[in-house]
Design a protein around this ligand. Structure first.
Ligand SMILES: Nc1nc2c(ncn2[C@@H]2O[C@H](COP(=O)(O)OP(=O)(O)O)[C@@H](O)[C@H]2O)c(=O)[nH]1
Ligand SMILES: [Mg+2]
Length: 348
């Protein structure tokens, strides 16, 4: 799963990238090459589980982030095409917008979103022509494909993103092969100045309104502050947050919002060696979840012994959970619930 940071030049993408990846990747300012890094997803439940089952290691779930450069002014079509090529390859978009200083966030969001719609329209038009020829042979698949593409074209011609349509699973499968950018899950980040993290400026209100119109959510963050927090050791970090009047880094809020728009849920494995969070598609069956740990566990899946982390927070130990009859034994068809703590039994 790859998340692309997009937005106009200077909106704070690289600063946010450094916050998300804790400065683990050396970045080049003003480079046209994307920065790629792994972001641990802050997770309060993971830390609470470790309080009851103290491990040697605590391992958060991760997401790959790609800091995609903005289009340099004066670079023309070639600059834009380079940027679009990077946007096409990621699975989801985090659109950062400048909400400090003299900016017009609604216009900024709109100009970039409109570029994506326009570029998708060019792709759709070409695809419709091709699908028409294929459909003439009378092939049922080709006709279905054509119907989907014509609806895409119509939607884009009305300046709406592909995601605005409520596609069914079969249609989504067809869409996937075209890599429409305006179909990708999207989240807005209102990047504010340090003194505006808790307030609600008119700029932030504009982003929130735009998010609502686009059917998504907006998260307010001060990227420079988060980037500073990410560089500090634990004690300094706590002091900093008290002095700024915040109870947890906004990166945690961003992570939760990312999980939501990406359609992900989290399950945990917990033992003395490690307590670890894993991301899976929401509603994934138990064997698929097992496969994220190791393909052998999926292949040889027997059953999942699990309980919900809320059971642990309430009853304080796995033994108490067992005694209360809340340790469940789930089979192959079980759909994982967000917050399950699991031990997989398998045989290869
Ligand atoms: N005041 C303020 N400045 C920011 C914030 N985020 C980034 N900047 C500044 O904006 C400039 C461009 O940031 P950068 O992350 O390189 O933007 P990018 O072009 O989108 O990657 C830098 O000078 C940052 O210090 C923020 O949250 N608040
Ligand atoms: Mg940058």
């Amino acid at each position: 799963m790859e998340c692309g940071l997009i937005g106009l030049q200077g909106c704070g993408k690289t600063t946010l990238f450094q916050a998300l990846t804790s400065h683990a990747v050396p970045v080049q300012v003003g480079s046209m090459k994307p920065n790629v890094g792994i972001a641990p997803m802050p997770d309060e439940r993971l830390e609470r589980i470790a309080e009851f089952i103290p491990p040697e290691k605590l391992i958060p779930a991760t997401v790959q982030v790609v800091d995609i450069p903005g289009v340099p002014s004066g670079s023309g079509a070639s600059g834009l095409n380079q940027v679009l090529a990077h946007i096409r390859t990621v699975d989801a978009l985090v659109h950062v917008v400048n909400c400090w200083g003299e900016s017009d966030p609604a216009a900024d969001l709109d100009s970039m979103d409109a570029e994506l719609v326009l570029a998708d329209l060019v792709v759709a038009e070409g695809a419709v022509d091709k699908a028409k020829r294929a459909a003439r042979s009378g092939d049922a698949d080709a006709r279905k494909r054509l119907a989907v593409l014509e609806r895409v074209q119509e939607t884009l011609s009305e300046e709406q993103p592909v995601r605005a349509v409520d596609w069914d699973d079969a249609e989504r499968a067809i869409l996937k092969s075209y890599g429409f950018m305006s179909a990708k899950p999207l989240l807005y980040v209102a990047n504010v100045s340090e003194d505006a993290v808790s307030g609600d400026s008119s700029a932030v209100a504009a982003v929130r309104e735009a998010a609502q119109a686009a059917g998504t959510t907006a998260v307010t963050i001060c990227a420079t502050l988060e980037s500073e927090i990410a560089e500090m050791d634990e004690a300094d970090r706590a002091d900093m947050m008290v002095s700024m009047g915040i109870d947890r880094p906004a990166i945690g809020v961003l992570a939760a919002a990312m999980n939501h728009v990406l359609g992900l849920s989290t399950f945990y494995t917990a033992g003395e060696k490690e307590v670890r969070a894993w991301s899976i598609p929401r509603g994934a069956p138990a064997p698929e979840a097992a496969g994220t740990i190791h393909s052998d566990i999926q292949r040889g899946f027997i059953r999942a012994e699990c309980y919900h982390c809320d059971d642990l927070f309430e009853l304080k130990s796995e033994r108490a959970i067992k005694e209360a009859g809340r340790l469940r034994s789930e089979g192959k068809a079980y759909e994982m619930q967000d917050g399950d703590v699991v031990h997989f039994l398998f045989n290869v």
